[in-house]
Design a protein around this ligand. Sequence first.
Ligand SMILES: Nc1ncnc2c1ncn2[C@@H]1O[C@H](COP(=O)(O)OP(=O)(O)O)[C@@H](O)[C@H]1O
Ligand SMILES: [Mg+2]
Length: 348
Amino acid sequence: MPLAQAPEVTEFLTGLDLGTLRQDEISAFRGRNDTWAGVTSAGIPVFVKRVGGEPSTVRPRVDRIKAMGELLDTHPVIHAPQLLGGDVESGLVAFALLEHAQSGADLGGDGFTWELAHSAGFQVGTLHTLPAPRAVAEDTSEPPLPPLKALVALPLEAYAVASGAELEAWAILHNDPVVVEAIGRLAAWERDSTHVLVHGDLRLDQFLYHHDTLHLVDWEEARRADAARDVGAFVGEWLYRGVLGMAGHEETAGEREVVANGARRFETLRPNIEAFWSGYLAARPAARADRELAARAAAFAGWHMFDRLLAAGYERARLTPLERAAAGVGRKVLISPADFTATLGLGG
Ligand SMILES: Nc1ncnc2c1ncn2[C@@H]1O[C@H](COP(=O)(O)OP(=O)(O)O)[C@@H](O)[C@H]1O
Ligand SMILES: [Mg+2]
């Protein structure tokens, strides 16, 4: 969104004594929310985002971002961009801009070295040992995903604005009572687990590689929840890439072949999960006592396939056969997660 249409951004930055951004010098990033980034008139590299979405959720999300920013600004192990300010009224938050950073999604299978994946696991494991800041500890709202209500039926407003591909993804879920039940079981499993401070939206594009260091951004879903949420999301990211990254023949391959090719491709990505998991356990040895953590993480990875499918469908007419195959893989893992922990790199 052009700055001229968002005068509150200039007001916000000026109020924080950060100077102002000039329209011809800003860049925006892909994401759910409006963002503005650049070096201000005061010479400060800033990243501004407007926390959007359902109005009643803006305040708690900005509160979570601020609380996590304050916590992590002083933390030596977890690298997050410095929080410069946040405003619950406008929903604007500002961070130090990591200039020319590469996201974990850009790095992909080749760029994500063992060290980086280990560092990702070490940072997430450390996070899970930290006491939740007050705003997060007091927040008892349910994480928005998995969307337990929408698994049964999509609200009319959501139906009306959904793309064709999104409706296809919902139809896969709505026509599969076994998967819906497995997701319900996962929610109950999470409720009974030990809750820790989690990131809550741990995708590869939330990691930024900058000055030889991996940073973690986008803390608006931080909560006290099951550690398996974060571990499973990281696993699910690679699993999804495994299924989607395979070459050719997708139009003619049968489902069996699609899954087999995806499995082969996933083999080459699994070291990223093994490195993550070893970093995770090094930072949080107590996780070993949580005997079902790996299985719950596998289940969350299974759910993540559907989460990615719904996101991939945004503004598209049809799902591709590969995307449908990802749902098939997610289904298998969701239904018997304990059988897949070793395959997914969560052994040991
Ligand atoms: N401090 C930062 N410096 C540089 N780039 C950033 C910074 N924070 C976020 N980004 C980039 O902008 C994208 C969107 O920001 P994010 O906080 O994840 O918002 P969204 O809620 O829209 O996903 C990120 O995926 C990342 O690529
Ligand atoms: Mg993000």
